[in-house]
Design a protein around this ligand. Structure first.
Ligand SMILES: CC(C)(COP(=O)(O)OP(=O)(O)OC[C@H]1O[C@@H](n2cnc3c(N)ncnc32)[C@H](O)[C@@H]1OP(=O)(O)O)[C@@H](O)C(=O)NCCC(=O)NCCS
Length: 403
């Protein structure tokens, strides 16, 4: 067994080294942990250029979209492959608005199962989507038209669920959506019960645009792989939320902010980095499978986080940590990723730390849908293989005689 890449990520298995059986193996077999380098589809939805630090949605650089578009336009772009004209925009926005309201059953279930100490909002969100899928009609109709109908429902309703969970946690009643407000404005309105400032709505909108799609990452693969068995969209999104929750993926944004709080002041940053290095622990919010340079989304979020007067201390810690880690690990391609600066913005907007990843999910659902629809057009069920390195023909012993 040889390790060609770092750690255990790529293993070259040889017949002599790894296999002791009579089974016919090829002479050599490459195991790529984490499907590194595997290509699942041809896609027009988006492109992640890891060397140049570029992210493209349907041909447009993400920075240009973050600067000029709104979330509805970007969701439309990802799904339909073009920016909407005025009429398409109005229809799309109306459709989302019509889907915002949360069924009373979901609120009741969330209220019953919400254990304020132990329930993670991502687990509740995952459960809520599952319940929505139970309440939904015709989920197994896999026509594009029906998938789109359900996709609109999911894009529209995730903010409603998240805002309701936030309020239930605080012992407050959920706020009904305001159909006069745009998608992101309404999200913040349902969260705090008052219309947000234009600046805050725009901040969240920019962040949601930057999180809307990102290639065949872990949660997208989960969504697409679930859908490829011709399962229903709600099941795919339940799976995707479960995957996104992990701290190596979307869950990193929470851990990052908790670490800033632990560091407390810029004076302790060096010590924190040294401690992590000594323990051989990763520093959350850094590193990426594809980007080997600065994540373009982190650069945009950094710019906006730097302007928040109420988060000056947090930003200072982040900036120094960014500098220290890049100085130490930059030559190995480890730079801040999207989860590094986003939490500072979410905190400013009034989200609790353990809600951060739910915002990521509310944004990414458009990308999950776009990728599912794209894959479904030429669908094939997923079936990678693993390599059996166990024994063959073991002798069975009855339980009483087992050591
Ligand atoms: C994102 C991530 C999972 C990518 O993983 P990957 O492509 O499988 O890379 P690996 O985990 O195999 O790491 C490769 C090497 O870089 C190191 N590395 C990767 N991320 C690191 C980090 N954040 N801090 C320190 N070292 C890191 C690993 O220790 C490993 O070192 P080794 O070669 O000495 O074993 C990984 O960088 C990570 O865990 N980052 C922290 C979590 C995070 O921020 N996730 C959000 C991603 S948007």
């Amino acid at each position: 067994m040889s390790k060609e890449k770092s750690g255990v990520s790529r293993q070259l298995l040889t017949k002599e080294g790894a296999f002791t059986s009579d089974f016919e193996w090829p002479l050599t077999l490459l195991v790529d942990k984490g499907l590194d380098g595997a290509v699942t589809n041809k896609s027009r939805v988006g492109y992640v250029d890891g060397d140049k630090g570029r992210l493209i949605y349907q041909g447009y650089p993400v920075e240009v979209l973050a600067e000029n578009a709104d979330y509805e336009e970007v969701a439309y772009l990802l799904i339909f492959g073009k920016l909407p004209n005025e009429q398409e925009y109005v229809e799309f926005s109306q459709n989302l608005k019509a889907n915002r309201k949360m069924p009373v059953e979901v609120v009741k279930i969330m209220d019953i199962i919400y254990d304020h100490e132990h329930s993670h909002p991502m687990s509740l969100l995952r459960t809520a989507v599952s319940v929505l899928g139970v309440l939904q009609k015709n989920v197994m109709d896999t026509s594009r038209e029906n998938e789109l109908r359900m996709g609109m429902h999911l894009i529209a309703i995730l903010p409603t669920v998240i805002a309701a969970l936030h309020r239930l946690r605080l012992g407050l009643k959920p706020v009904e959506p305001d159909l006069n407000l745009k998608h992101v404005e309404n999200f913040l309105y349902m969260l705090h019960g008052k219309k947000p400032s234009a600046r805050d709505a725009r901040l969240l909108e920019i962040s949601m645009i930057l999180h809307a799609d990102h290639g065949m990452n872990a949660s997208t693969l989960t969504a697409v792989a679930t859908s490829a068995s011709l399962s229903d969209l709600y099941s795919s999104i339940v799976g995707a939320i479960g995957s996104l929750k992990g701290p190596l993926h979307g869950g990193a944004n929470e851990v990052v902010l908790k670490e800033f709080l632990k560091i407390k002041s810029v004076d302790h940053v060096k010590e924190f980095v040294a401690e992590k290095a000594a323990k051989k622990e990763k520093i959350m919010g850094f590193g990426h499978r594809i980007y080997k340079t600065y994540d373009p989304r982190a650069a945009v979020l950094k710019k906006y986080a730097s302007k928040l007067n109420d988060e000056v201390e947090m930003f200072k810690i982040a900036e120094v940590l960014d500098r220290e880690v890049v100085a130490k690990y930059g030559s190995r391609g480890i730079y801040p990723n999207v989860d590094f600066y986003s939490g500072i913005i979410y905190r400013h907007l009034g989200f609790e730390i353990n809600f951060f990843t739910t915002i990521f999910a509310a944004a990414r659902v458009a990308g999950w849908l776009a990728r599912i629809l794209e894959y479904r057009a030429e669908n094939r069920i997923f079936r990678p293989r693993d390599v059996y390195v166990g024994e063959f023909n073991k002798e069975f012993t009855v339980r009483e005689k087992r050591p």
